[in-house]
Design a protein around this ligand. Structure first.
Ligand code: SAH
Length: 344
């Protein structure tokens, strides 16, 4: 009898790695100078931990972080990359005469072998809403398999933040839009409104939010210690918030963003922030819209909980459960999905 087919850890990896094989996604990431310069700064500032040491670059892409590690003095870098971009990484490494030090290992982190343990792990694994793509699972796998006991992981910590926002224009631009088409094209397309609402209020919207859209202070809803976190703990990441509005406004939902920290012994740590109050990045922000804007006053309390779980259909996707109250109004319970095959 044939053995039962082992369920894959991620349901749709072929599609996932294909999305990293083209140039655009790497162009977007490297063009994001906040991201790329912060990693470069953090790697160079970690030169005491990297010089003369062995590094694993988890999900190396074009090999750019591996090259930064050589610039910081690494003796050897294993650049692990599953997608076809690995072939380009080989060229990048050669052009920079780093092929003596960087070894491109083409394959999935979960399936390749390294000949030795490593002193340092570097990875840029963060997705939208921090956990979309679930790539952190692969970093955890690599950490537990290859990182020496006193090894260093870069970045070392991640935090998720959220804050209530106002953005009444969104309702005009995306819902009223369907009513306004009558005048424009002589067609009644108002029947699209329920579907538009289902999509917008049922899924995470990736948008650029401005610091001035926040109607109360942010709350840090989750902190992940990357040197210790387990895959099990990532099955449910929960947080709570309890904030007071700055003044009279219309509450329209919540913005979320993340930071990652590179802790460096004896030196100032380095922070990569995707906050709406900071320089924008290619991650932009993730927004959870409320079905209708709600009037708030100064000191109106907005409180509740948020829970992030891997998608039920595909573990690389993300489900978000939100429960909250605005002032004295009754509790709202909303669910948002984040995927690349569902409505958005
Ligand atoms: N380090 C590069 C690319 C970051 S994007 C940079 O900073 O520019 C993440 C990369 O990790 C993608 O190229 C993706 O294909 C790769 N990746 C994700 N999960 C992986 C896994 N389990 N095994 C190997 N590569 C992986």
């Amino acid at each position: 009898m044939e053995p039962p087919v082992k369920r894959k850890r991620h349901d749709d990896d072929g599609f996932y790695f294909k999305s990293y094989s083209g140039v655009s996604i790497h162009e977007d990431m490297i063009r994001d100078s906040v991201r790329t310069n912060t990693y470069r700064l953090a790697i160079l500032r970690s030169c005491e931990q990297i010089a003369g040491k062995v590094v694993a670059d988890i999900g190396a892409g074009t090999g750019i972080l591996s090259c930064f590690c050589v610039q910081a003095g690494a003796k050897k870098v294993y650049a692990i990359e599953a997608s076809a971009i690995a072939e380009q990484a080989k060229k990048v490494v050669k052009s920079n005469k780093m092929d003596g030090k960087i070894q491109i290992v083409r394959g999935k982190v979960e399936e390749v072998e390294l000949p030795e343990k490593v002193d340092v792990i570097v990875s840029e694994w963060m997705g939208h809403f921090l956990l979309y793509e679930s790539m952190l699972n692969s970093v955890i796998y690599a950490r537990d398999k290859w990182l020496k006991e006193d090894g260093v992981i870069l970045p070392s910590q991640a935090s998720l933040y959220m804050a209530p926002i106002t953005n009444e224009d969104m309702y005009k631009e995306r819902i009223d839009f369907w009513s306004d088409l009558k005048g424009k094209y002589g067609l009644d397309m108002e029947c699209m409104i329920p579907y538009a609402k289902k999509c917008i209020f049922g899924s995470v919207q990736i948008e650029e939010v401005f610091g001035s859209d926040l109607i109360a202070h942010e709350t840090k809803v989750a902190t992940i210690d990357i040197s210790k976190v387990t895959v099990q703990e990532l099955q449910s990441v929960k947080g709570s918030f309890d904030v007071r509005c700055f003044g009279a406004s219309k509450f329209c939902g919540f913005v979320t963003w993340f930071t990652v920290t590179f802790d460096i012994p004896r030196k100032e740590s380095v922070l990569l922030s995707t906050s709406p109050s900071k320089h924008s990045t290619h991650w932009r922000q993730s927004v959870l819209y409320s079905h209708d804007p709600i009037t708030v006053e100064q000191d109106t309390v907005i409180k509740g909980t948020i829970t992030l779980t891997p998608g039920t259909k595909n573990s690389r996707y993300l489900d978000v459960a939100l429960k909250y109250t605005v002032g004295e109004l009754s509790e709202v319970e909303d669910h948002y999905t984040m995927s690349d095959d569902g409505p958005s």
